[in-house]
Design a protein around this ligand. Structure first.
Ligand code: UDP
Ligand code: MG
Length: 323
């Protein structure tokens, strides 16, 4: 891949796109307008994450007419985080900005991000000061999620940040060395360290189209984030086990006391309840183990993270079997 491109552009803008045909032209126009005053040396990497709505056709047209555009088509839908990873693999810029295609994050911030990086930052991440156009449910679940994540993980993952960020080549290269499948990009980049600077901004409503993150995907994203950055839920089992063991010892003491008082326990309901309760608890803990074990199995297989079907760069065309 590297050999086909002569020099690194100064900046690459990477956007994963899934069924975004309504926004892509506007996105391309606004990103180009944000890049042009800064430098002529930029590329826009648009990753089509197995869209079903003609997104790829638009990306192809854009790549035909604008030599700055690199279109990447994945073989199927891999999800936001893997599509972004594919884009980061292909981006060759000295700095890389990762941004959603739906224009919720303003590309115009590129200038400010570049300036902060000139001053020595390794990563400049957008921090959402306001979230327009999102339901109270999305805002509440997001707030709860970030709070939980901060409590459970050792890596400090800044609150109210998405994947909207500018990264130095050094950070991107390190990121690409991380092989895990369950990718929680903002956490992985925090883990890398270096000078990470926040840039507050207002998050807008989508330009067009609907969110591709239904509740089921959000829950999966949250479990991925927690299990790949924290083993606290595993250790929790130890504490719950100790607590229930102590509780049952107390019950035993109480039963012995009742026996000395010649009180005959008639009810069986309490026993059944306790059996059911502890049965449930054990299943729950097994489930937590299962979550980690299942992920371990996926990681152990070491399958490729994504498959590229085609790449369009300017008027050039490469067929790439896998990546
Ligand atoms: N996206 C993707 N693959 C998916 C789902 C989403 O590439 O399976 C892209 C989508 O096109 C957008 C970004 O990821 O550019 C964020 O998705 P979305 O705006 O739907 O999420 P939200 O902002 O609602 O959390
Ligand atoms: Mg969005």
């Amino acid at each position: 891949m590297e050999a086909t491109r002569s020099a690194r552009p100064l900046v690459s803008v990477v956007a994963p796109c899934y069924n975004e045909h309504e926004v892509l032209r506007e996105f391309h126009a606004r990103v180009s307008a944000a890049c042009r005053p800064l430098t002529g040396s930029y590329e826009i990497v648009l990753v089509d994450d197995g869209s079903k709505d003609g997104t790829w056709a638009i990306i192809e047209t854009l790549a035909e007419s604008d030599p700055h555009v690199v279109g990447v088509q994945l073989l199927r839908n891999h999800g936001h985080q893997l599509a972004a990873t594919a884009g980061l693999h292909i981006a060759s810029g000295q700095r890389v900005m990762l941004i959603d295609a739906d224009l919720q994050d303003p590309p115009e911030l590129l200038g400010d991000m570049m300036r902060l990086m000139d001053e020595g930052a390794d990563v400049v991440y957008g921090q959402r000061a306001a979230r327009a156009g999102e339901t109270w449910f999305k805002r509440a679940t997001a707030a709860g999620f970030y709070r939980l994540l901060t409590r459970l993980t050792d890596v400090s993952i800044p609150r109210d940040t998405g994947d909207f960020r500018l990264m130095s080549r050094r950070v991107v290269d390190t990121f690409l060395l991380m092989p895990e499948r369950q990718r929680f990009i903002r956490g992985m980049v925090s883990w890398i360290g270096g000078r990470q600077v926040a840039l507050p901004y207002e998050r807008h409503a989508r330009y067009a189209g609907t969110s591709k993150y239904p509740l089921s995907k959000m829950i999966r994203f949250a479990t991925d984030a927690i299990t790949s950055f924290s083993t606290v839920p595993l250790r929790l089992a130890v504490w719950v086990g100790l607590a229930t063991a102590s509780f049952s010892m107390l019950l035993l003491l109480y039963a012995l006391y009742q026996w000395t008082q010649n009180v005959v326990v008639a009810g069986w309901a309490s026993i059944i309840c306790a059996v059911a309760f502890f049965g449930g608890l054990q299943m729950l803990i097994l489930g937590v183990f299962g979550e980690y074990l299942g992920r371990l199995v996926h990681e152990a297989k070491g399958r490729p993270l994504f498959m590229v079907k085609a790449i369009r760069a300017g008027r050039r065309r490469h067929e790439v079997p896998s990546h």
